[in-house]
Design a protein around this ligand. Sequence first.
Ligand code: VG1
Ligand code: CO
Length: 544
Amino acid sequence: MNTIDIETRPFPDQKPGTSGLRKRVSVFRQPHYLENFVQSIFNTIGGLGGKTLVLGGDGRYHNLAAIRTILRMAASSGAKRIIVGRDGLLSTPAASCVIRSRQADGGIILSASHNPGGEQGDFGIKFNAANGGPAPESLTERIYRESREITSYRTLDTGEVDLSSDGEHELNGTRIEVIDPVDDYARQMESLFDFNLIHQMFNSGHFRMRFDAMSAVTGPYATRILEQMLGGEPGTVMNGVPLEDFGGLHPDPNLVYAKELVEILYSSGGPDFGAAADGDGDRNMILGKRFFVTPSDSLAVMAANAHLLPGYRMGVRGIARSMPTSSAADRVAEALGVECYETPTGWKFFGNLLDEGRITLCGEESFGTGSDHVREKDGLWAVLFWLNMLAARRESVDTIVRSHWRQYGRNYYSRHDYEGVPADAAESLMVALREKLPGLRGQRIAGRVAAIADDFEYTDPIDGSVTSHQGIRLIFEDGARIVYRLSGTGTEGATLRVYIESFEADPDLHDLETQTALIDLIEAAGEIGGIRHYTGRDKPTVIT
Ligand code: VG1
Ligand code: CO
């Protein structure tokens, strides 16, 4: 086995988006494409000499091939240890957990999250730092700059290790540890939640749940934790075997893509609780019997009840939410007397707040919730949080949420996505909106007065870094909002996301259908944005 340096030329398109570099599998399979990006990461972090790296992915097509490539590269670069999930599997939150529990210097996660997989699908790669969290913007920017200048990468001419069973190997002087992908994570979950209480609830005979792993990475995690450790009946976990192409489906836990689960929860005699996670296990959807909990409400309800759970008994130190996420959590923070931070979209912006102990819980409207236990959003953790809450309160999901609304008011909330829009049309829409902004202030729109019209800019309270152009927002005097932004995770054309929110304090008005409750704002959002004009669409592709 020899170390070899391979000459290469930069690819112009290796700029990471909201969550790492995501491209079609065919792009990643071009000669040198993956290697260039990986070497750019290594160069940016000052080489791998003597370092410990965690490596794993969501099991999608190309996962194992990429892992073998990265193993050879890391071993050729003098890494001390590489910790790999068995069969190349590690969910995103589990990778974050392992980086922290084993004090690694960082990790590489192979995933395109909820994007479809398979040979024609998407692939992705992201780098997480020693805190277990996604590389901050400053780091991804440097990696990108490095990728524009790269001339060679280092690897080994041969060298394979068996990734199908746990054990230790040596590759060019680097120790390769193949670990059970679930162990560290399951142990951490046990330390945060009251497993006995949840076990009793499952055993009572009065509680049933379904968890849809969507043929993605959470299958082994959910089966171990929900069925084996907590005593959920066999079949609690559905679609629990990770498949390279996720069964040809879209592993995105929402009402549209997790249709099978939704039908079960809405059927007569259905289970009491339903949940799903996405391709890499960081997203979650929470359902009760015939009841959908919006992710924004989920964050707020979790924050209000955290003190009931062992891992959060000391209370919540602060909360953060991404800007487009509804402001339901803000009112809980206010009631608790703690700070609520508003960050740009993407988990990387929570990192500093978590590291500094400013916040305990954080979340995004895009089915992401998490806490300071790791530095990624965590799907199964959210499910266990809800289970523990249900067991402690002995109430149903909808009772808990409705009483939350009565106490804090209800934020009607919806996101409308226009997928596959030509990139230049989407860009023109945003440019035109930006020009319109000054004129919108003080205007009467949909029976409300626009108080703020701006392009969201965030100054990180810890390191002072400034991130601009994070979404155009229109905030009305009564707290209602319309937000427009372009997705940073797509691989084809552009996706326009329009986020619509209104607040209702009156409990008599808490039972409206969401799209009906928001109809005037939805229409206004279409007109102001000139959505039909620019996209040629008269309705969104996906409504969540
Ligand atoms: C989307 C979501 C964002 C989330 C990101 C990564 O980004 O809106 O909230 O953090 O995906 O999640 P965008 O730029 O497409 O809106 V995941 O589960 O895809 O890693
Ligand atoms: Co994900």
